[in-house]
Ligand binder design. Structure first.
Ligand SMILES: *Cc1c(COP(=O)(O)O)cnc(C)c1O
Length: 471
């Protein structure tokens, strides 16, 4: 089979899958063990025709596919992989550009340079910042914190890029108690240690308490990094940047913001007040594959001080002058050299939605979150635990019962909903108690979908309550 027919086959199938996704159960039919069993076979000694490989892949993979592309998937903040981004991603693969270098891949490098500028405008971050196109927010946090580590040590005459951390002055890392686990991973990768941090107490929305933050900084001497958050994974709320950033800066700290999804509040005039002051920081991590709806994988490491960014990410770059317009090497801003051209789907999504379309998408999802929370809250025994300020809703079932009974009812309601498949939500622990967490980050999730989902969740809850003999 020639490439044309093969690509057609893949595209036709992809279109059909997307057409049907809203009507499918919003969960996989197979779990991991079943999927392993389906794929399990000996190493093929001989090849197979490409079209039959494609058909076999589809048949084997489909039952184990989860449905983040569906309109009633609330499981995690995963984005929806918008068709405009997926189509660009097909071409990204077909073109096979190695996006490391502007001479090797002029278009791939150029589209990144332009998309980087667009991102800074959309997120209203300092326009002199540099942007690295990484796999996701985990690596964006890593990249930004690498720049932070280098710069706070340079300020005390230590070149960490040359000498490493052996014998280096100590760095104090100040971080909130409800930071995302992947930020601790980034600290681990950087030799800063995930436990060797000053943890700051948080409020009921997971935001650092300013008094506790100030208090933590009173003991800080020497190089310091403060890590703030836009979009707590359970509550969706954001640290009070306008208050916290100046406190950290007055102590000479580098301020980093993990804004994997929450930083996109900056792109919505209606939600912007939530992230006031975020632009005062030194670096920001965010994702394209969450709220911008690009396919996986796509994240952005944004650093105000371009030279600090380049020094941290490449051996040669720091000794070279800053690039002239059109000579930006994508590899100078990320850990990898060879990689896919993530600028193409990013450029396509921004071009497709535009500034107003992106704001509308953020608002649509946030409005849907508020709408669903209101519908659930109206049902006796269901309690919304967080103040819904963005796209996250956490829910307890069985209010009025004892804590353990409500935990049990919550877990059983989640299991029931997942089995039913009309909508998907997962569980989480919040303040030691089980909650259902609903995340809104899909371009198809609107008021109509919320109505269907609310009915399914309330129905699941009533059923487990009835079965448990709870009046
Ligand atoms: C999703 C998320 C991350 C990790 O991002 P990946 O894209 O999965 O690497 C980090 N921080 C927050 C707040 C997140 O929501």
């Amino acid at each position: 089979m020639n490439a044309g027919a093969l690509f057609q086959r893949a595209a036709t199938y992809a279109a059909e899958f997307r057409r049907s996704v809203a009507d499918r159960a919003q969960r996989p039919a197979h779990d991991y063990a079943q999927s392993v069993a389906v794929f399990s076979e000996e190493l093929p000694e001989h090849g197979s025709p490409a079209d039959s490989v494609l058909d076999t892949l589809i048949a084997k993979a489909e039952p184990g596919l989860h449905m983040p592309t569906g309109p009633r998937f609330f499981g995690w903040v995963m984005g929806g992989s918008h068709p405009a981004g997926v189509a660009a991603d097909f071409l990204t693969s077909a073109w096979g550009q190695n996006a490391g270098n502007h001479v090797v891949a002029p278009s791939a490098a150029a589209v990144e340079a332009i998309a980087a500028r667009w991102l800074l405008e959309l997120l209203d971050l300092p326009r002199e910042s540099s942007v690295g196109f990484v796999t996701g927010a985990t690596l964006a946090n890593f990249t930004c914190l690498a720049a932070a580590r280098g710069e706070v040590l340079r300020a005390v005459d230590w070149d960490v890029d040359k000498q490493g951390l052996f014998g280096a002055p100590q760095i104090t890392v100040v971080i909130g108690d409800d930071a995302h686990t992947t930020v601790f991973s980034a600290l681990q990768f950087l030799g800063l240690g995930h436990d060797r941090v000053l943890r700051v107490a948080t409020d009921d929305q997971g935001r650092m308490r300013p008094a506790a933050f100030s208090e933590a900084f009173r003991s800080v001497r020497g190089p310091a990094i403060a890590i703030l958050q836009a979009g707590q994974i359970n509550t969706g709320d954001c640290d009070d940047f306008a208050t916290l950033v100046p406190i950290a800066k007055s102590q000479g700290a580098w301020v980093h913001v993990d804004g994997a999804f929450g930083l996109w509040a900056q792109a919505s005039p209606q939600r912007r007040s939530l992230t006031t002051g975020a632009g005062l920081a030194d670096s920001w991590a965010t994702d394209g594959h969450k709220w911008l709806q690009t396919p996986y994988d796509c994240g952005y490491a944004i650093v105000r001080n371009e030279m600090a960014h380049r020094r941290a990410m490449s051996i040669a770059a720091s000794y070279l002058p800053l690039p002239a317009e059109g000579e930006r090497d994508p590899s100078h801003y990320v850990p990898e050299l060879s990689r896919r051209a993530r600028g193409f789907p990013t450029w396509s999504m921004i071009k497709h939605l535009g500034r107003d379309g992106i704001a509308a998408l953020i608002d649509q999802n946030c409005d849907a979150a508020g709408d669903l929370a209101g519908r659930l809250d109206a049902e006796p025994g269901i309690e919304i635990i967080n103040r819904v300020v963005l796209n996250q809703v956490i829910v307890r079932f069985g209010s009025g019962l004892g804590d353990d009974d409500a935990d049990d009812l919550t877990k059983r309601t989640i299991a029931r909903l997942q089995k039913d498949g009309t909508a998907f939500a997962a569980g989480a622990l919040w303040r030691g108690r089980h909650v259902m967490r609903l995340s809104f980050s899909n371009y198809q999730t609107d008021a109509t979908q919320v109505e269907i989902a609310a009915r399914a969740i309330i129905e699941a809850y009533r059923n487990v309550r009835r079965e448990g003999g709870i009046p």
